[in-house]
Design a protein around this ligand. Structure first.
Ligand code: NAP
Length: 339
């Protein structure tokens, strides 16, 4: 039992997925179509949607509509007639420029979509894709790992003080998720949020999804992404099944962390070496002397709440996630054998 069983004919629905061209959303669209639902995917640019047009069931059940999260009227039209909305899209401004700009943008976009869902009169539930970064950044002494569950909210003050990498994204996601729940409570909108960790696995998008560059960096150390000392991981297919479960299971309420495993750089490294050998790939070109050997866990994600719904992770280790991703990276030329 994985917590997501196929829908009966009378359970087939019309779902809107925002930002359908993106990594997670395109996988979600595909999964919803496979389950027999009708899907309305919002896109901004048809030229970027070619990878969606070859999915099974596309002609009969996928409608692509142009909508921008900054344009509330376009969102109102996009959600009309939908039973549920997966709020996946996020505008990300260039983090090397003004991180605080991301906060205002994310707030505006989230509230525009929620207002459209509320005003539509037809949307019964919204599943908002937040992130585990909206829960883990809280003041801590670092002595023992924090047991982080859904009651933890990232502290905006802490992020502003520490200005860690991607702090703008963390603050933007935290503040927009909080505002979304406040709006939902005031208006009586049924809202559930999902907080995935770093998503990995195969992809159909034309370019390498941002989160995969972190996985790739652990496998090759040859991409311009710094090695992460500690991270949490989830496979895209598990993440998508969790989204669907949260939309369809009427017991769900509030926030849900979604993550298969946490690992230090060294744990990842130990799993990666034999994996690369299996695929006849060279070991990472790492100067391990530059990496903090003391890298350790400052938190552990407690994902009991999702598991209590009957959800199980099919890819429950970093190695299993990578094993499923490597063939795709090879096929698209991001990994090369025999060097
Ligand atoms: N990937 C991860 O590891 C991860 C982990 C935790 C949470 N999440 C969350 O999951 C969601 C999807 O992430 P992802 O990695 O799949 O992102 P992605 O591949 O970068 O996709 C983002 C999507 O958002 C769309 N978008 C951006 N600005 C928009 C706007 N103003 N109006 C309408 N659409 C807009 C983009 O459209 P265009 O194609 O037109 O640019 C794109 O389709 C995000 O909310 C992210 O915070 C991701």
């Amino acid at each position: 039992m994985d917590g997501v069983s196929p829908p009966r004919p009378e359970q087939k629905r019309v779902y809107c997925v925002t930002g359908a061209t993106g990594y997670l959303a395109s996988w979600l669209v595909r999964s919803l179509l496979e389950r027999g639902h009708r899907v309305r995917g919002t896109i901004r640019n048809r030229a970027k949607a070619a990878h969606l047009t070859c999915l099974p069931g596309v002609e009969e059940r996928l409608e692509l509509v142009e909508a921008d999260l900054l344009d509330e009227a376009s969102l109102f039209l996009a959600v009309q007639g939908c039973d549920g909305v997966f709020a996946v899209a996020i505008p990300i401004s260039d983090p090397s420029k003004d991180q605080s700009a991301m906060v205002e943008l994310a707030m505006t976009c989230t509230m525009n979509l929620l207002r459209a869902c509320h005003d539509s009169g037809c949307v019964k539930r919204v599943v908002l894709t937040s992130t585990f970064y909206a829960s883990i950044q809280v003041p801590h002494d670092g002595n023992a790992p924090l047991d982080v569950d859904e009651t933890f909210w990232t502290s905006v003050d802490y992020c502003l003080e520490k200005k860690m990498s991607f702090w703008g994204y963390m603050v933007a996601k935290t503040m927009s998720e909080r505002a979304a729940f406040q709006f939902a409570e005031e208006k009586g909108l049924d809202l559930v949020s999902i907080l995935p960790s770093l998503v990995g696995g195969p992809f159909t998008t034309p370019s390498l999804p941002g989160s995969l560059s972190v996985y790739l960096s652990a496998m090759t150390a040859d991409v311009p992404v710094p090695i992460v000392e500690y991270m949490s991981y989830v496979h895209v297919d598990d993440c998508v099944r969790a989204h669907i479960l949260l939309m369809e299971d009427m017991r769900t309420k509030g926030r849900y962390l979604c993550s298969a495993c946490d690992a230090t750089f060294w744990e990842v490294h130990r799993e990666t070496i034999p994996l690369l050998q299996t695929f006849e790939l060279p070991p990472p070109k790492l100067d391990v002397s530059t990496i903090d050997v003391m890298a350790k866990a400052f938190y552990k994600l407690n994902t009991t709440k999702l598991r209590e719904l009957g959800f199980t992770y099919q890819f429950d280790t970093f190695r299993k996630i990578c094993e499923d991703m490597v063939p795709c990276l090879l096929e698209k030329g991001y990994l090369k054998q025999g060097k």
